[in-house]
Design a protein around this ligand. Structure first.
Ligand code: HEM
Length: 402
């Protein structure tokens, strides 16, 4: 596999490809793959499908994360903490975890509620909306830029750069062009962020936004260097803008076709947190990410060689019948749902509390005002699987509450 195809293009013979490429409902295929080839060998390495194997592997010190072969997603240096491993990774997690802990972000709730209602107001009482661009993109992006302390007016620049590194294929026609776009956009993003950090430092970094907090963080008694600040920020931008958008879009698409469950959200809002966990399990928009073996290991009798690339399929793990009885049934009352849609092990998601807060508030407010919506037969959603899997075009027919 060419070096630059990492993160963007799965090997043609990786069974995940066939299962999820632009397919509306790949879940049964994941279950089949987990049963038939739980450890799948292909030209780019090994893909793992079973929940227990993935949870065990992602806790092993001899397995490295995304960044083992070099910085990911156009970054000039390893992104912090995603591309780091071992004690260095742990040191940064200790500093960053408290910044996005439930108590640290709880103050955002009224703002998320206000913004959700403002975006719904902007629908203008129409009975049709394209939910992806009119809601799923702007809501988390605006929340996150405010939280970071970056100007919301810059959203289109930031979104463009983020799209270029996550989905370069959309604007290019070969792997080489895609690679060039990723590298160029990574550079532009770092230089944009550099200007913003300089401006913040000049203005005095003492706000309650994340950028101010990152600027005052210390590692072993020293402030972060400018490069380290940028390596944290760029990862947060990529991770914070895209994932909540994909999750909202895929969950709304599912609810649009399941009126019984959707009505339950409106009638019984206390079920919303459990419903979100169950839909995250079933949809798992960040379907798979990469790990790297540093020593030979054996999984279910198959050897993964030192240096080999491992794809961990969070989506398949979340549909593993050995962990989730009746995995293809979406059941808001499911007991013991330990899904790993936010990953497992050392690199588990840093932003899961923020993501959960946003999704809960959105579901509460949206279903109060628009309890009924459905897909439109002649204008169906368009599902994509590039970095995450979701509909990036989601037209809905709305029925407003009276
Ligand atoms: C529903 C939304 C989200 C999903 C499904 C999600 C999923 C994930 C997954 C699967 C990983 C593991 C990546 C890997 O190991 O290769 C991850 C890591 C990460 N996520 Fe999220 N994420 C979400 C929201 C967020 C948000 C809002 C932020 C930012 C505030 C964020 C920040 C991060 C960071 C910084 C990491 C790297 C952690 C590390 O390497 O130690 N995520 N996320």
């Amino acid at each position: 596999m060419p070096e630059y195809s990492r993160n963007y293009i799965r090997a043609h013979d990786d069974p995940i490809n066939a299962a999820v490429a632009a397919v509306k409902e790949p879940q049964p295929e994941y279950v089949r793959l987990g049963q038939e080839c739980p450890v799948a060998k292909h030209s780019a390495g090994t893909t793992l499908f079973k929940f227990a194997d993935i949870v065990e592997l992602t806790r092993r010190r001899d397995i490295l994360g995304e960044g083992a072969p070099g910085p990911s997603m156009g970054a000039p240096r390893p992104m912090i903490p995603l591309d780091l491993d071992g004690p260095e990774h742990a040191r940064y997690r200790r500093l960053l975890d408290p910044l996005l802990a439930p108590r640290a972000i709880a103050y955002l709730e009224p703002e998320v509620r206000r913004l959700t209602n403002e975006l719904i107001d902007d629908f203008g009482q129409t009975d049709r909306v394209e939910l992806y661009s009119q809601f799923c993109v702007p809501l988390p992006s605006t929340v996150f830029l405010n939280l970071l302390g970056l100007p919301v007016e810059d959203l289109s620049i930031i979104n463009e750069l983020k799209e270029n590194v996550i989905r370069p294929q959309r604007k290019t026609s070969s792997d080489a062009e895609a690679f060039a776009l990723v590298v160029d956009s990574g550079k532009r993003a770092i230089s944009y962020l550099d200007e913003r950090v300089a401006a913040r430092e000049a203005a005095g970094a003492n706000g309650k936004d994340l950028l101010s907090k990152i600027l005052s963080m210390e590692v072993d008694g020293d402030r972060l260097t400018r490069d380290q600040v940028l390596d944290v920020l760029w990862l947060l931008v990529i991770a914070g803008l895209d994932t909540v958008t994909s999750s909202l879009s895929s969950m709304f698409a599912w609810l649009a076709e399941h009126p019984v469950e959707r009505h339950r959200l409106a009638a019984e809002p206390s079920v919303i947190p459990a419903a979100i966990e169950e839909l995250m399990r079933y949809e798992t928009p960040v379907t798979a990410t990469d790990r790297w073996a540093t020593e030979d290991i054996v999984v279910r009798g198959q050897t993964i060689k030192a240096g080999e690339h491992i794809v961990v399929s969070w989506a398949a793990a979340n549909l593993d019948p050995e962990e989730f009885p009746d995995p293809l049934t979406v059941n808001f009352d499911r007991k013991g749902n330990r899904h790993i849609a936010f990953a497992s092990g050392f690199h588990r998601c840093l932003g899961s509390h923020l993501a959960r807060l946003e999704m809960r508030v959105v579901f509460e407010e949206f279903h109060k005002r628009i309890p009924d919506y459905r897909l439109i037969d002649e204008d169906p959603p368009q599902w994509v699987y590039e970095s995450s899997r979701c509909p990036t075009y989601l037209p809905l027919q709305l029925n407003w509450a009276q």
